[in-house]
Design a protein around this ligand. Structure first.
Ligand SMILES: Nc1nc2c(ncn2[C@@H]2O[C@H](COP(=O)(O)OP(=O)(O)O)[C@@H](O)[C@H]2O)c(=O)[nH]1
Ligand SMILES: [Mg+2]
Length: 311
């Protein structure tokens, strides 16, 4: 291996960018870097920011990063959102320009696609987060598009999950129905400058009061991300959650769960790749035809594919 790891560990941003590219492309070289750097990760506090499209996740992410900078912390941002303004220097709010964040040596932003080269939710998102963590950022913020299952997956790998809601959309009720509220540690009511913010806060409080006693209830924080308002309270709520994780023993528990989740996700991707590579297209096409024509059930077909490469 070249001296890239050394330059990375010395805090060179160009080395960080190169390592992330290698890791993102899932090359054998990328895996070598990950192996070398992984022992240096585990120090950052990771925060997942999720919610519906247009709810203000990107704006909130930028504003929270700015708040952490004011507090003297460094921040890595992974934006898993194809429509993310992070990539083109857009203005994120009255007081937060992406350009300011981009020029700040204490902030590093990376946008990436939500699907990996192998299909499925990219295990590489976790890898990129680990790389940023190993680089030494105090906080790593992960913005993800709210798309049902993906939210749950990504929430599994962040220590604190923030669910972004807006007044007057009815999203809160939908979120509850989807069970997504259960994965949130902090509920943000963003766009608090719009009418109905206080009503939504009361509705959410009422919903949370139904949660079983003894379990930790998510905290509700009102923000107007576009004006940089409420971010101090949000950063405090994250700190309070971190404190709770440590004092309750949940931190170790969550790290263990995340590790299990990661290992299994990668194993699944490896097996799928093996099946794809080990199955001639004609064989796959024949099986697919049989299933489509109801001559074979999909489980038997999949078993046949798996048996051929795992025997
Ligand atoms: N009025 C208002 N608009 C906001 C607020 N936060 C974000 N927005 C706007 O909502 C739109 C979507 O924001 P964006 O951060 O891209 O949402 P994302 O799709 O969830 O990442 C943009 O036009 C933002 O300027 C807020 O607190 N108040
Ligand atoms: Mg966005």
């Amino acid at each position: 291996m070249d001296d890239l790891v050394e330059r990375f560990l010395n805090g060179e941003r160009r080395a960080l960018a190169r390592v992330i590219s290698r890791v993102e492309n899932e090359t054998p070289e990328g895996r070598e870097y990950l192996r070398a750097l992984f022992p240096h990760s585990g120090k950052a506090h990771t925060i997942g920011i999720t919610g519906g499209a247009g709810s203000g996740k990107s704006t909130l992410t930028g504003a929270l990063a700015a708040e952490y900078r004011r507090r003297g912390h460094t921040v890595g941002i992974v934006a898993v959102d194809p429509s993310s303004p992070f990539s083109h220097g857009a203005i994120l709010g009255d007081r937060i320009r992406m350009q300011d964040l981009a020029l700040d040596p204490g902030v590093y932003v990376r946008s990436m696609a939500s699907r990996g080269a192998l299909g499925g939710l990219a295990p590489t998102i976790d890898d990129v987060v680990s790389v940023m963590d190993a680089f030494g950022f105090d906080y790593v913020l992960i913005e993800t598009v709210g798309a049902g299952q993906d939210e749950v997956e990504v929430a599994g790998t962040a220590l604190t999950t923030i669910l972004v809601n807006n007044p007057g959309t009815g999203d809160d009720i939908q979120a509850l129905k989807a069970g997504i509220i259960e994965i949130a540690d902090i509920l943000v009511v963003n766009k608090a400058d719009h009418p109905g913010a206080d009503i939504l806060v009361s509705q959410l409080q009422a919903l949370l009061s139904l949660a079983p006693a003894g379990s930790r209830r998510p905290v509700i924080v009102k923000t107007t991300a576009i004006k940089g308002e409420g971010l101090d309270k949000l950063a405090d709520a994250v700190a309070e959650h971190r404190q709770y994780l440590e004092s309750s023993g949940q931190l170790a528990e969550q790290r263990s769960q995340d590790a299990r989740h990661q290992v299994l996700a990668i194993a699944r991707a490896i097996l799928l790749e093996r099946i794809r590579r080990g199955t001639p297209e004609e064989q796959l096409a024949a099986l697919v035809d049989q299933v489509a024509n109801r001559q074979l059930d999909p489980h038997t077909a999949a078993e046949a594919l798996a048996a051929a490469v795992t025997a």
